[in-house]
Design a protein around this ligand. Structure first.
Ligand SMILES: Cc1cc2nc3c(=O)[nH]c(=O)nc-3n(C[C@H](O)[C@H](O)[C@H](O)COP(=O)(O)OP(=O)(O)OC[C@H]3O[C@@H](n4cnc5c(N)ncnc54)[C@H](O)[C@@H]3O)c2cc1C
Length: 377
């Protein structure tokens, strides 16, 4: 499409800001409506695998991400005492770096700055209150009292997506897996120069991920009842109790985690929108359409790929509906594969029964998945 489109992005998270930058760089008029009052994010880190870094290069922020984070290439598998069992070099997509750990607030800043520099406007404390698609455009009323007409509305509004509820009711509500992720940021141990994955069989797995020269985070997944919440006064001790079988670097990291308020507890849920991801000129993307468990660190990578491919599809197709159809055709198989692989790894690591299809995926494994995902998206 040669015309400049007016696009409203609902949600200024990782995917929404990436899309804002990608579209504004192409000359489209882009507004982001973000519910939060500022570009903030949980104070923990995230892994940007090579396919995500490839997108960061496309939107011009690769160097900023690397500068704000910690680039790494070798995944170390270790025993509970931290003795290395395997060192697995991680693949690259083209000439993009292999991996980057980065604090989430730093990534939010890089993406927000890029979107604004490209000409997008980001409105905080704002959400959609009404929306009507008449086929030729979408009339939207926002909570700040303004209204506008858009060629396209994109729901990059996360796993709890209010836009998804608007389109599909509670048909695709997030499904709790029965497992939750505990994370805490601590000073980086000098030996942690890439992800160190220590496993104690199916009892527990603990990951140390460098996110800057100074910082790393300790992460671990455990079965938790749906209503469990860490005790605000001793969350760090509760994490320590769950990781009691570890010594070495994991124990050293735990010893540095002395503030219960620094422990971030996230229930792991999934969403699969089986119906089309777009209805008319309103489309769901990222976690809103296909949230997966974090077991192969690809959720945000899929969100930024969604963003990049959507921008490319709008370039290539004759009109918005055709672009949305072409986009979904390209994105759905890959996002569903990541979701299935992530779920299979969760089941394997937690000793849950696996289906024959999951057994096939598990033969590929995390290392094989990383290679597959460096193929073009
Ligand atoms: C424990 C854990 C670890 C993870 N680790 C990794 C990793 O290492 N690598 C990786 O690639 N992925 C990882 N992920 C997945 C990743 O965090 C998500 O897939 C990614 O953030 C999805 O991006 P998104 O833009 O779709 O949604 P989000 O980043 O969640 O953004 C959604 C945005 O929408 C906004 N919003 C919500 N409601 C409204 C509303 N009503 N109006 C306006 N705005 C609204 C929110 O405030 C938010 O800013 C992990 C996930 C978890 C749970």
């Amino acid at each position: 499409m040669a015309t400049s489109l007016r696009v409203l992005i609902h949600g200024g998270g990782i995917g929404g800001l990436t899309l804002a930058a990608a579209l504004a760089r192409r000359g489209h008029t882009v507004e982001v409506a973000e519910l939060r009052s500022a570009l903030e994010a949980l104070g923990v880190g995230i892994i940007q695998p090579s396919n995500a870094l490839h997108v960061m290069r496309e939107i011009g922020v690769l160097d900023d991400c690397l500068k704000a984070g910690f680039e790494w290439e070798i995944l170390t598998v270790a025993d509970p005492a931290g003795n290395a069992l395997a060192r697995i070099p991680q693949p690259r997509m083209g000439d993009a770096p292999s991996n980057n750990g980065i604090p989430r607030p730093a990534l939010a800043k890089v993406l927000g700055d890029a979107a604004v520099a490209a000409g997008a406007s980001v409105r905080f404390s704002t959400t959609i209150t009404d929306l009507a698609d008449d086929g030729a455009g979408v009339d939207v009323v926002l909570s700040d009292g303004t209204s506008g007409r858009y060629d396209l509305v994109v729901g990059f509004d996360g796993i709890g997506s209010p836009l998804r509820t608007r389109l599909y009711g509670d048909r695709y509500a997030p499904e709790y897996t029965g497992f939750a992720n505990w994370r805490v940021t601590v000073p980086r141990l000098p030996g942690v120069r890439g992800v160190v994955m220590s496993t104690a069989g199916q009892e527990a797995k603990a990951l140390l991920t460098p996110i800057t020269d100074e910082l790393m985070y300790l992460g671990a997944v455990f079965a938790e009842t749906p209503d469990f919440r860490p005790d605000p006064a001793r969350a760090h001790e509760q994490l320590g109790e769950r990781l009691a079988m570890f010594s070495g670097p994991v124990a050293e990291a735990l010893a540095m985690a002395t503030d219960p308020a620094a422990v971030v507890y996230s229930r792991i849920s999934q969403v699969t929108v089986e119906a089309p991801w777009h209805v008319g000129r309103v489309v769901l993307a990222g976690d809103a359409a296909h949230a997966s468990t974090p077991h192969i660190a690809q959720g945000a990578a899929m969100a930024v790929e969604d963003a990049q491919v959507l921008a490319e599809s709008l370039d290539a197709e004759a009109d918005v509906p055709a672009a949305l159809a072409a986009w979904e055709k390209r994105r759905r198989p890959r996002a569903m594969w990541v979701q299935a692989m992530s779920r299979a790894v969760l089941r394997q690591e937690t000793g849950s029964p696996t289906s024959p299809e999951e057994d096939e995926l598990l033969e590929i494994g995390i290392a094989g998945a990383a290679h597959i995902l460096t193929e073009p998206y």
